[in-house]
Design a protein around this ligand. Structure first.
Ligand SMILES: NC(=O)c1ccc[n+]([C@@H]2O[C@H](COP(=O)([O-])OP(=O)(O)OC[C@H]3O[C@@H](n4cnc5c(N)ncnc54)[C@H](OP(=O)(O)O)[C@@H]3O)[C@@H](O)[C@H]2O)c1
Length: 239
């Protein structure tokens, strides 16, 4: 079993890569930073797993196609790499918009386009896309990011329909605030948003990885086109 995990050099993706390797998958660790890639591969190998690194910048569609070609036949694709920046609509520029849609939507689209037909030919495969609670709950200054994840959720259901009869399942995890190197760069964010959930705290990367690996595994064999909320629960509004 081979698994490609994008953005596996950090945070949620790294936790998914480690867990899939523990379960026996040969993991292709993707990211941009070769140093972080080598460290993740080493961590997997030291735990007895198998992994290799492929570097690719997902803003460039040709790089995404090269990543798919170098990955080859994969059984599991985790579209995890993503960017999240904040800005009010009146303030953001075209590059801000393009970066979110190129990394968060176009790159997963190209990877599915390149890799899912091979899975369909082999009669099996599982794809999990990363969404966010802000895909369905408006977040102040998070409009473009949320819109990119809303697109990912809709595409998840379209791809589930396109490939399901060939034995390829496509699902998404809607993650809530999670402590990662990415959110650490935005001090206080994960904790403040975590406070707004029913559980009153942010998630650990392991808690989100568990949901992703469940959907990727055969334990979820009758689940297709689902968006699993791993959001900590939406707190009730009260007067
Ligand atoms: N953390 C949260 O609170 C949260 C909540 C909901 C959803 N999510 C989603 O979960 C996913 C992972 O989030 P995270 O917080 O774990 O991320 P993170 O710690 O910021 O790591 C991001 C990963 O994506 C890669 N990446 C970013 N931009 C890239 C680009 N242009 N080309 C190639 N690779 C790129 C990074 O590679 P490098 O090593 O090269 O930097 C890194 O491996 C994202 O899709 C995010 O939107 C996160």
């Amino acid at each position: 079993m081979t698994a490609l995990v994008t953005g596996a050099t950090s945070g949620i993706g790294q936790a998914v890569a480690l867990k899939l390797a523990q379960l026996g998958a040969e993991v292709i660790v993707h990211g941009r930073d070769a140093g972080r890639g080598a460290a993740t591969v080493q961590q997997i190998q030291e735990a007895g797993g198998a992994a290799r690194f492929i570097g690719a910048t997902l803003t460039d569609p040709d790089e995404v196609r090269r990543l798919a070609a170098e990955a080859g036949a994969v059984d599991i694709l985790i579209n995890n790499a993503g960017i999240y920046k904040f800005g009010l609509s009146a303030d953001v520029d075209d590059a801000f918009f393009d970066d979110h849609f190129n990394v968060n939507v176009r790159a997963p689209h190209i990877l599915v386009q390149q890799l899912a037909p091979g899975m369909a030919e082999r009669g099996r495969g599982s794809i999990v896309n990363l969404s966010s609670v802000v895909a369905t709950t408006p977040a102040r200054a998070g409009g473009i990011y949320g819109a990119s994840k809303a697109a990912v959720e809709l595409l998840t259901r379209v791809w589930a329909d396109e490939f399901g009869r060939a034995g390829v399942r496509v699902n998404a995890v809607q993650a809530g605030p999670t402590e990662t190197p990415g959110t650490d760069a935005l001090p206080g964010l994960a904790e403040a948003l975590g406070n707004l959930t029913t559980l009153g705290r942010p998630a650990s990367v392991t808690e989100i990885a568990n949901a992703i690996v469940f959907l990727a595994s055969s334990d979820a064999s009758y689940i297709n086109g689902a968006v699993l909320q791993a959001t900590g629960g939406q707190a009730a509004i009260a007067a």
